[in-house]
Design a protein around this ligand. Structure first.
Ligand code: LLP
Length: 386
């Protein structure tokens, strides 16, 4: 349950807003770094999950590198103090301007997603008189068994270079003087809770490493992307994900040399549980079979339920001690029927003005916010601000 002690502090703050529990974020960062150091894994935080500058500064200070998917994310990472030699940059559609910007900045590695991109990268690097370090982002055709919108490692997905294109990709590398191949990269999907998926990825990566080694190509960096899921149903049970279990799996199943470096790019697992979307009930309305609790936050502040039918725990913080329980369709104010956080949610009797916390909103909420209906961007507060 969201901390009732914070309720008083919220009374005077206009809603909706994002609230980030910096203590929990700190514990999560500490656990991740400790376990990554033990297994000698380099972590690049995926900015797309949450690119709030205050959050980024905390993540940088904990010792993470950055994983970016746009020129603006690269810029934001550098502005927030991430070291350029710890920045990786993926994305199926990097524009020439974005590539040039990141080449000039001398980032650690571009994760290239097509043969055409490699050619363009070489040409731009040449015009800048630089050498760009790249990794092939390979589409391994491994099923992540997650929502189809956040599955990225199947041949039907747009991401990465297909395995059967690797020979041609190597041919381009041989002819390109301003590019250096330093690794291979994968990201097969997100919100993955079944760890056997990552084991399957490791087995596929082992086959590919052998393929490269048969061609006398040494792959120095192996980046397995992100994807570790969190518990949206029980945000308080184990708010810090089991990084140890997850990281040790790669050490166990990847067949690599001590000179080969493992990299991972967690996003959600780092920030999801520390964030809540705080809103107020505007109106309670009787429907035919249900009641509607209409909030001042909507799909514009948290798109996930509308886009992926995803589950978030919803709590009436003001009414926590009320005895009567009713069912409510909890919706936002936006002019779309998909603007519904969840149907038939059991909540204590809910009234206009009650504060509602939508939990596990630290990842892919603020970063995916929209201005649809000319909504203003919701503010974000860290626990230390209140
Ligand atoms: N690396 C790459 C190349 C990625 O594309 C992603 C996420 C990550 C790392 C981080 O994955 P994570 O550890 O956060 O699962 N908006 C969706 C999630 C989209 C994920 C896109 N890529 C959601 O709200 O569930």
């Amino acid at each position: 349950m969201f901390s009732a002690a914070l309720l008083k502090k919220f009374q005077h703050i206009p809603t909706p807003f994002y609230f980030y529990d910096t203590k929990l974020l700190g514990e999560t960062l500490k656990a991740a770094i400790k376990s990554a150091e033990k297994h000698n894994i380099e972590l690049h935080y995926a900015l797309k999950a949450n690119s709030n500058k205050d959050i980024l500064k905390l993540i940088k200070t904990a010792g993470f590198g950055a994983d970016c998917v746009s020129g603006n994310e690269v810029k934001q990472a550098i502005d927030c103090g991430f070291k350029v030699n710890n920045v990786v940059y993926a994305g199926v559609g990097k524009s020439d301007t974005e590539i040039r910007f990141a080449i000039k900045k001398n980032i650690f590695c571009f994760n290239c997603e097509s043969i055409e991109e490699i050619r363009v990268m070489n040409a731009i690097a040449k015009s800048e008189n630089k050498t760009a370090r790249i990794a092939f982002r390979i589409n391994p055709n491994v099923n992540a068994n997650t929502h189809h919108y956040i599955t990225t490692g199947l041949e039907e997905n747009k991401f990465g270079i297909n395995v059967w294109e690797l020979d041609d990709a190597l041919g381009v590398i041989r002819k390109s003087k301003n590019i250096k191949l330093i690794g291979i990269h994968f990201h097969i999907g997100s919100q993955i809770n079944d760890l056997t998926v990552f084991k399957n990825l490791c087995l596929k990566v082992n086959e590919l490493l052998e393929w490269f080694s048969n061609r006398n190509i040494f792959i120095e960096n192996i980046n397995l992307g992100g994807g570790l899921g969190v518990d949206y149903y029980h945000p308080d049970v184990k708010p810090v994900p089991d990084f140890e279990n997850y990281f040790s799996l790669f050490r166990k199943f990847l067949k690599i040399e001590p000179t080969q470096q493992i990299h991972l790019e967690p996003g959600r697992a780092i920030v999801a549980q520390c964030g809540s979307l705080i809103s107020r009930v505007l109106f309670v309305k009787k429907g035919v079979q249900t009641n509607f609790a209409i909030l001042d936050a909507g799909m514009t502040e948290l798109l996930r339920p509308a886009l992926y039918q995803s589950y978030h725990t919803i709590e009436n913080v003001t009414g926590a001690k009320r005895k009567e329980v009713n069912k409510y369709d909890v919706t936002g104010p936006i002019c779309e029927s998909s603007d519904c956080f969840r149907k038939a949610v059991e909540l204590p009797e809910t009234k206009r003005g009650d504060i509602i916390a939508i939990r596990t909103a630290g990842a892919y909420a603020e970063s995916m916010s929209l201005t649809y209906n000319l909504r203003s961007k919701a503010k974000a507060y860290l626990a230390t601000d209140l």
